[in-house]
Design a protein around this ligand. Structure first.
Ligand SMILES: Nc1ncnc2c1ncn2[C@@H]1O[C@H](COP(=O)(O)OP(=O)(O)OP(=O)(O)O)[C@@H](O)[C@H]1O
Length: 344
């Protein structure tokens, strides 16, 4: 297990504050957070570029702080790939293995394995400046993996790729992880990427980890407003609990049985809300009627806000919006189940 305990790192104005993390061996752990929140600094601290002012970092009960960066068996893929421009793809990939003086035979067999796995055999004699973003990415990943790292650190590995390449590479990352089972820490600001790849997610905000959980726990049980809005839950409404009921607007009562009292916030993911021009039969615990305030076409999906006494954001396929000719000012029914309401 990789275990960070109370890790604090001060860098000028910025500090990583009391980071506590446990990543199981073989786990794919994603650190999710907005830009400038300290995600890269966590990776760089694990890799040994910064020494914690406080706290410990252990892997398999070894204290990493006592080891020089090159002794840590950590593979790092940098956000900008950081390939050496004067070296060929092959030379880039084997660089770290040569520095570590791995036997030539092992370097050769590992190179062959990774080249086949990543489909980069045809690139080996090229220089980085002649490669596409995706090809540079594969080269950087092969360079990180050739030392058979015990921990793989990926800093926003998909952020420079176009949507199609991103999707392909995401699938490849998943397959590679399933094959090699390397303990992986991957940082991103993209929630969908985290949902697809992660066994566990740690959400970061202003130098701190504010929630750790499975993708489902993070999405369905956000512990505060920041996590809820970061994962795209736009419907967060405040109300007072009275007799296990929160009134969010006249005639908009949500039942809660969390034992919480006083003011609470109720989150309802837009993805979980069904829309209809007619009232639903008895298939939803809640259904509310309201006027359409806004429709925003976002490609295959459209975001529709309806006024049910509070502005409720919902998603529908753009095809549904066209086929039913929904326009602003129409009346719509919104339906959802109590399992989709979460009290913060
Ligand atoms: N060596 C350093 N000295 C001083 N401040 C630093 C140093 N390295 C990083 N920082 C600051 O630490 C903060 C966090 O940076 P970091 O790169 O970890 O953010 P991030 O969450 O990875 O964001 P991004 O997604 O934009 O890369 C930033 O404000 C950055 O300016």
């Amino acid at each position: 297990m990789l275990r960070l305990e109370h890790v604090t790192v001060k860098l000028g104005e910025f500090q990583l504050l009391d980071i506590n993390l446990e990543v199981q061996e073989g786990e794919y752990f994603i650190i999710l957070g907005p830009t400038g929140t300290g995600k890269t600094v966590i990776l760089e601290t694990i890799a040994g570029m910064y020494r914690p002012d406080k706290g410990t970092i252990r892997f398999k009960e070894r204290n990493l702080a006592t080891l020089a960066p090159e002794q840590r068996k950590v593979g790092f893929v940098y956000q900008d790939y950081a390939l050496f421009p004067h070296l060929t793809v092959k030379e880039n990939i084997i660089f770290g293995a040569q520095i570590r003086k791995l036997p030539k035979k092992i370097i050769k067999s590992k190179l062959d394995e990774l080249v086949a796995m990543l489909g980069i055999g045809h690139l080996l004699n090229r220089h980085p400046s002649t490669l596409s973003g995706g090809e540079q990415q594969r080269t950087a990943l092969a360079r990180a993996l050739i030392i058979s790292p015990e921990i793989l650190l990926l800093d926003e590995p998909l952020s420079a790729l176009d949507p199609r390449s991103k999707e392909n590479f995401q699938e490849e990352l998943k397959k590679i992880h399933q094959t090699l089972k390397t303990t992986t820490l991957h940082v991103t600001h993209d929630f969908n990427e985290a949902m697809y790849l992660a066994d566990k997610i740690g959400v970061m905000h202003q130098g701190q980890i504010i929630q750790v959980g499975t993708p489902q726990e993070i999405f369905y049980k956000p512990q505060n407003d920041f996590v809820a809005s970061f994962v795209g839950i736009e419907n967060i409404f405040e109300g007072q609990v009275n007799d296990d009921k929160v009134s969010l607007a006249p005639d908009v009562d949500i039942f809660v049985n969390t034992g919480k009292q006083g003011k609470v916030k109720v989150a309802v993911p837009p993805e979980d809300i069904a829309l209809s021009k007619e009232p639903f039969d008895l298939c939803y615990h809640y259904q509310f009627n309201g006027k359409v305030l806004n429709i925003s076409n976002q490609g295959a999906l459209s975001k529709i806000t309806i006024d049910i006494g509070i502005p409720l954001v919902c998603f529908a396929t753009t095809r549904f919006v066209k086929e039913t000719a929904i326009t602003v000012g129409d009346n719509l029914w919104a339906g959802f189940n109590s399992s989709s309401t979460h009290v913060i």
